[in-house]
Design a protein around this ligand. Structure first.
Ligand SMILES: Cc1ncc(COP(=O)(O)O)c(C=O)c1O
Length: 475
């Protein structure tokens, strides 16, 4: 069927699959292993539209309504909405539901860029809470309930709080304490739980947002459950959320031609996790524990355990491997794993490589990952990377302009040396993990420039630069 056709995307996907990588990245179905054969075979035929009998995502009254009700029960929510544009559109919808234009929203600084974009679109101004940062582990260890409480005390007009939990690294802040702080002040707590759709299916995992009393949360089912890319859930609970407004916003921002394969995979992921999730997650947690023990006994690599995280707990299925003692950077380690061991990590930073393990990974898959990492330790002498030279991510830069004004200003491109002291027009995000070091309206200071240059030197990507230059508000 493809002979003689020029198909760049199709060819690049086939070329990638032919390399035979062991996938430790999203989507959670792991190249189809976690889905039944009939699902994969019937994919094109299932790509339907609103027809008699297939229901309508925006006015559900049949199968979709029933599937959403079942999901609400499974995920301990009062309402569940299927999202066909990822957690991204769910984050936008949560913000526009909580806030009116001109409102302020308390957000954790290590939020995903969808939070900043969502605030811009809704005409909302952020008030940031800084997460703690562990220099030894080289990662943010979450925000504390005290910091959230203090921020609400100082900003009593804020419309609500939006936190990210778990983070990309599986760090889970103390959500129950945060929910108490937020609700005592009569505010709404929304949670970006993009990485935590699996949490409620095993008691040894950190408590899920819905179980902890949050009012709303989004979950990227495609990241940790057997569901297709862009498949996500938005759950709501209790009476603090205006559910009719939420429905209106969702129908305004989601496609009027939602993907049936994505919706069917959301339904499948829910049913599968209800039936098998607890048993499979129990096995996965055991395999991840063995992985950590064996790694620390046999190599200079280190995988943080929950006790390392001071403000809460960690999702133990998120395998974070710290390479700080080896003399190679996380970026180099990821490159070696791909090149020499056919292992594809989810992401890397200066000091860590992150692997997503899901119920679709067998014990042998996790063992193979461990073997590759132990072999990687032997490579390290060839490299001269000194993680101590790296700066910590910069502190909150000074804010000079509101988000909206900065994004709507005239701007120009400035070389890093000329950008010092200027107002950023863009969000500058070392990616992954997609956490902004400077946001629109904030000053690009020396620390920001140094950090961005370090990331680039170490082989990381930085989004928001334009041809290596900073976009600054024109003077
Ligand atoms: C913390 C966080 N929130 C939201 C998103 C957006 O999720 P999605 O890709 O499902 O739109 C991501 C994506 O990586 C993320 O890491």
């Amino acid at each position: 069927m493809t002979d003689g056709l020029y198909l760049p995307i199709y060819n690049s996907i086939r070329g990638y699959l032919d390399k035979g990588y062991l996938p430790f990245h999203m989507p959670g179905h792991k190249l189809g292993k976690g889905l039944p054969d009939w699902f994969a075979r019937s994919l094109a035929a299932m790509d339907l539209t609103e027809l008699p009998g297939t229901d309508n995502l925006h006015e559900p009254s049949g199968a979709i309504l029933e599937a959403q009700r079942l999901a609400a029960k499974a995920f301990r929510a009062d309402y569940t909405f299927f999202l066909i544009n990822g957690s991204t559109c769910g984050v936008h919808a949560m913000i526009a539901t909580i806030c009116k234009p001109g409102d302020r929203l308390v957000v954790a600084r290590d939020c995903h860029k969808s939070v900043i974009n969502g605030m811009y679109l809704a005409g909302v101004e952020p008030v940031y809470v800084m997460p703690r940062y562990d220099e030894r582990l080289g990662l943010a260890t979450g925000i504390s309930a005290d910091d959230v409480g203090r921020c609400l005390y100082e900003n009593p007009d804020a419309a609500g709080v939006l936190i990210t939990r778990p983070t990309y690294y599986g760090v889970c802040c103390d959500i129950e304490a945060i929910a108490r702080q937020v609700h005592e002040r009569g505010k709404v707590l929304a949670v970006d739980e993009a990485h935590g759709a699996h949490l409620c299916f095993h008691e040894k995992l950190p408590v899920s947002a819905m179980e902890a009393g949050a009012d709303m949360c989004v979950q990227s089912a495609h990241k940790t459950l057997p569901a297709f890319t862009q498949g996500a859930y938005l759950h709501a609970r209790g009476n603090r959320v205006d559910v009719e407004r939420l429905k209106f916003i969702l129908s305004a921002i989601q496609s009027s031609s939602p993907s049936y394969p994505i919706m069917a995979s959301l339904d499948y992921a829910r049913a599968f996790m209800e039936a098998k999730g607890r048993e499979l997650l129990g096995g996965l947690l055991m395999n991840c524990r063995k992985f950590r023990e064996s790694l620390s006994q046999n190599s200079s690599l280190y995988s943080p355990i929950p006790d390392d995280i001071i403000n809460g707990s960690t999702d133990e299925t998120r395998l974070v491997v710290n390479v700080a003692k080896t003399g190679i950077s996380g970026y180099e380690a990821a490159e070696i794993l791909r090149r020499d061991f056919s292992v594809q990590p989810e992401m890397a930073d200066f000091m860590n490589v992150v692997f997503i393990a899901t119920v679709a990974d067998s014990s042998r898959d996790i063992e193979k990952l461990g073997e590759a990492l132990q072999a990687l330790s032997r490579y390290t002498e060839k490299y001269g990377f000194d993680s101590k030279k790296l700066a910590s991510p910069p502190h909150l830069p000074e804010k000079k302009m509101c988000l909206k004004d900065a994004l709507e200003s005239r701007w120009e491109a400035a070389e890093p040396s000329k950008a010092r002291g200027r107002i950023s027009r863009n969000m500058i995000v070392p990616y992954p993990p997609g956490i902004p070091v400077v946001n629109p309206g904030e000053i690009i200071d020396e620390d920001v420039i140094e950090y961005v240059e370090d990331v680039l030197k170490a082989g990381g990507e930085v989004h928001g630069l334009i041809g290596g230059k900073f976009a600054v508000v024109a003077e």
